[in-house]
Design a protein around this ligand. Structure first.
Ligand code: SF4
Ligand code: SF4
Ligand code: FES
Length: 879
């Protein structure tokens, strides 16, 4: 949000030294780049400037000589003369600091910011040393809880306006504000309106004092107790860059890192505070084998022997099609590759999948022209046909919101029910399944039957071939089968050959799963199964000779008694598969279920063997975000108990079966990925770590992107708590922001770069929507940020945020049902399963539709979505 920097350069003199700066750049930023640090409190490079604190006053020469001006508010101009160190500047800094400390409680020993506080540091560096203020300071009750996650100590606030600007301008949740006047001015929330924003933790991160503190971090550590590594959040597919901090082998805090292409320093609260689950004492830490109705602990050796006794080691020893693998979203690329190699390259089964009925077919995604996040935010126009981005990929919502509010792009949203994107959209259109085909074919034609959308896009300059259009493609309504969305995307892609698609599926590393062949019929590099290269055939000796099954087919095969062994690697189909009734009955019939997991989830609790897996921050590796950017994950703490990384578990199983995956480290797995997958050509651990790792590397890697770019400088005051841990923290495997060597000759890429990166165009297959049965209603089945799952259940400060199991209908529909708000209704699915829900009236839900939130309930025998139905309807009656 800082002032736009054009290519034109200007010359500025700072303390007598001439520097070149971008025309229009703010003086405070230009000076910093030239190595001159100007103290600041309110300035933040991602927020609009307000010039509130006056800490950045410097002398600037004007027509009447030098005068004090705020460097954070002043764009540089050619010939500008600036003095940052002078008697006058010092006196101004003394005055500002003395003033800020008049009412400051100076309770540093008991303040969470102590040791990493810009007010402490700048008082020491620039302050007068003593105060002339002898009167009683202002007092407030301290601290007060302004939300479940944030505490406010008003005495410590220096009224810098950072939290308010963030909440209003960036998040759009203007729930924290200045109230009162004069010396009664305080920061606070509105009465009866807590600071319940998905992004509240960002205000804690950017508050330059200890006025805003996070409940989960309160009194946990000082910078000198901590060490840190850079990593990427894997709670959703955005891949926000984070600093992971720990003390005494326990994770203490995540802070957002400013990656320009990704998260701009912001995190959502679910990602930020998710570290508590990793520390949980309820983790699975030893191998467990079923004995009757319970588990007994076993050794790794016995567990591996047991697997070997159930799994045929080759095609001649048994039918590999009777072995299935369902991979989950916590896996790194290295984990995925190792398990896919075990399945397809050693055991010979192509029945590997990573989509639990809530995503899209790998081949379809692979067929679409991929858009980056930056493509989307700078597109001429966006067409959104996706789940609610704020609920599913929250920081992407912030990026889109910024783009729309800044006028960089305009958006149209289509779907069945309201979402947070509606407020950002110029046009919102309700569509039926049968209208989608027309929409896809006619979108940019004169004859379009959706003239409002077509006109918007034409006005924005979108070409008749879709040039300039980015489609956000996800699962807008899980009551519609994924084939509906797939057919729409393929049809649109054919009609508009220059439109690009940003696939907005929430699950972390769904992109890595597809890129690395964790779907039937594909191999690493998105290559079709039958097009394995000779090198691949040599490394993957047991390659299947026929296509395998996806999750739905595996579950159906299980019911037919055709699945002997099922590996669940970080996946929990009993809870997460969209048709929970099918998943539960199918899993009950599989002969032998091995679950590789971090918790006893619904699925692992009923498995025959549970293998304890290392969690996030307990292993290193890479992940691929939704736009195809490969990002590093660094280990910070030792794995709990006997936990092992998933890739290593795959290696152990392969050895037990007489195969050898050939890896001794995650870096070696990545090397092989780069060798066999044309899509990953050029990637290496060294290059990712040494290069502008904060941004990761987009795949396919182009020859030019192999060159190493310098890292951006860190503004220590924009995110207090990172530089202080470097300076004072424990020795750690910290990565640095200093410019690194550009010598990349020691890891020259092997293999061949991508020439073909997609698996070929897939034909759209349209299925007609079934006629709505009499007495049944439309179902809007969506997701919320805080829906159930092991991650939330084991995060002490997030668990109580889990969304309540309610159904929502409009007032008119409620009237028809004869139920008032708070009353009970019985919802029946098409197969006769029933669930009772409290009714809530919400007029944003269309009449005749009932809205249910996936992950807010778990009712045996009831699943509002049944596998195989193009559109799911439900019956709603007064209970
Ligand atoms: S609470 Fe913190 S961020 Fe907000 S105005 Fe006060 S000092 Fe600034
Ligand atoms: S948006 Fe996603 S990746 Fe970013 S912090 Fe939230 S959960 Fe993590
Ligand atoms: S007025 Fe410039 S940093 Fe606050």
């Amino acid at each position: 949000m800082s002032t736009d920097v054009s290519q034109n350069l200007v010359t500025v003199s700072i303390d007598g030294k001439e520097i070149l700066a971008g025309k229009g750049e703010l003086l405070i930023a230009a000076a910093e780049k030239a190595g001159v640090f100007i103290p600041r409190f309110c300035y933040h490079n991602r927020l609009p400037q307000v010039g509130m604190c006056r800490m950045c006053l410097v002398e600037v020469k004007g027509p009447r000589g030098f005068s004090l001006q705020p460097a954070c508010y002043l764009p540089v101009a050619d010939g500008m003369e600036v003095v940052t160190e002078s008697e006058k500047v010092k006196k101004a800094q003394d005055g500002v600091l003395e003033y800020l400390l008049i009412n400051h409680p100076l309770d540093c020993p008991v303040c969470d910011k102590g040791g990493e506080c810009p007010l402490q540091d700048q008082t020491m560096a620039y302050g007068p040393g003593e105060s002339r203020f002898a009167e009683e300071k202002r007092h407030w009750e301290k601290p007060i809880a302004i939300s479940d996650l944030v505490l406010l100590d008003r005495e410590r606030c220096i009224q810098c306006d950072r939290c308010t600007r963030f909440a209003d301008v960036v998040a759009g949740d203007a729930l924290i504000e200045f109230v009162g006047r004069g010396d009664h001015t305080e920061i606070n929330v509105f009465p009866d309106r807590p600071f319940s924003s998905y992004f509240s933790g960002n205000t804690v991160q950017i508050c330059p004092v200890g006025a805003l503190t996070a409940v989960p971090y309160r009194f946990k550590a000082r910078p000198w107790d901590l060490s840190q590594v850079e990593s990427s959040c894997t709670t959703c597919s955005m891949g926000c860059r984070i600093m992971v901090q720990s003390s005494q082998n326990e994770l203490t805090r995540y802070l957002g890192l400013d990656a320009d292409s990704i998260n701009h320093g912001w995190l959502c609260d679910k990602g930020r505070f998710g570290h508590e689950a990793i520390n949980s004492s309820d983790r699975v830490t030893v191998p467990l084998v079923r004995k009757g109705d319970s588990f007994v602990e076993t050794t790794w050796a016995s567990a591996l022997e047991l697997i070997a006794s159930k799994v045929p080691s080759s095609r001649s020893a048994g039918d590999p099609d009777r072995i299935g693998f369902i991979l989950g979203s916590r896996l790194t690329n290295e984990d995925i590759y190792s398990w896919v190699k075990l399945a397809k390259g050693v055991i010979g089964s192509d029945s590997v999948d990573s989509q639990l009925g809530d995503g899209l077919k790998g081949e379809v995604i692979a067929s679409l022209r991929r858009a980056t996040i930056n493509d989307a935010v700078s597109a001429k126009a966006i067409l959104a046909f996706t789940g609610d981005i704020k609920e599913e990929i929250p920081v992407l919502f912030l990026r889109l919101r910024e783009a729309v509010k800044s006028g960089w792009t305009k958006m149209a949203t289509i779907g069945t029910h309201k979402s947070s994107l509606d407020k950002l959209s110029e046009v919102t259109a309700s569509v039926s399944v049968d209208q989608l085909q027309l929409l896809a074919r006619e979108l940019m034609r004169e004859s379009s039957r959706f003239p409002e959308i077509t006109k918007l896009f034409e006005n924005q300059g979108v070409g008749a071939d879709g040039d300039g259009l980015v489609v956000l493609l996800g699962r807008e309504n899980l009551a519609w089968d994924q084939s509906v969305v797939e057919a729409f995307a393929l049809e649109l892609s054919r009609a508009l050959p220059k439109a690009k698609f940003l696939v907005t599926i929430r699950n972390a590393n769904f992109a890595g799963s597809i890129d690395l062949g964790a779907v039937p019929r594909l191999l690493p590099g998105r290559l079709p199964l039958e097009s394995a290269s000779p090198m691949m055939r040599q490394k993957w000796a047991g390659l299947p000779d026929r296509a395998g099954r996806g999750v739905k087919e595996m579950l159906s095969a299980a019911l037919q008694g055709e699945l002997d062994v099922l590996f669940l690697v970080g996946s929990d189909p009993r809870e997460d598969y969209v048709d929970s009734v099918l998943a539960n009955s199918a899993l009950d019939t599989v002969g032998f279920v091995v679950s590789v997991d971090t918790f006893l989830s619904q699925s692992s609790a009923k498995a025959d063997l549970v293998l304890p897996a290392s969690s996030f921050a307990e292993k290193s590796g890479t992940t691929t975000n939704l736009e195809g950017r490969v990002l590093t994950l660094n280990q910070k703490v030792a794995p709990k108990g006997l936990c092992r990384p998933d890739w290593a578990i795959a290696c152990e199983i392969a050895l037990e079966l007489g195969g050898d995956l050939g890896f001794g480290s995650a870096a070696e797995v990545l090397d092989e990925i780069a060798e066999v997958s044309p899509l990953h050509w050029g990637l290496s651990w060294n290059r990712l770590e040494r290069s502008a790792a904060i941004e990761g590397m987009m795949i396919p890697v182009s020859a030019t992107s192999l060159s190493i770019r310098p890292r951006a400088m860190l503004d220590e005051i924009s995110t207090p708590g990172i530089a202080s841990v470097w300076d004072q923290g424990l020795a750690s495997s910290k990565t640095t922001y200093v410019e690194t060597s550009t010598n990349s000759e020691d890891d020259e890429p092997v293999g061949e770069p991508a020439t073909q990166t997609v698996a070929g165009m897939v034909e759209p297959i349209w299925r007609l929507a079934p006629v709505q049965p009499l007495g049944f209603m439309n179902l809007a089945y969506s997701r919320k940020l805080y829906s159930q799952g092991e991650h939330l259940r084991n995060s002490a400060h997030l668990v109580h945020l889990v969304v309540e199991a309610k159904c929502r209908v409009s007032g008119k529909t409620a009237e028809k049902l004869g139920v008032s708000s708070g009353g009970s209704v019985l919802i029946s699915d098409k197969a006769g399963g029933e669930g009772q829900f409290e009714l809530e009236i919400d007029d944003s839900v269309p009449n005749g539709t009932v809205e249910l939130v996936r992950g807010s309930f778990s009712i045996p025998g009831f699943s509002p979505v049944r596998s195989g139905e193009t559109v799911n309807y439900v019956k709603v009656e007064r209970a």
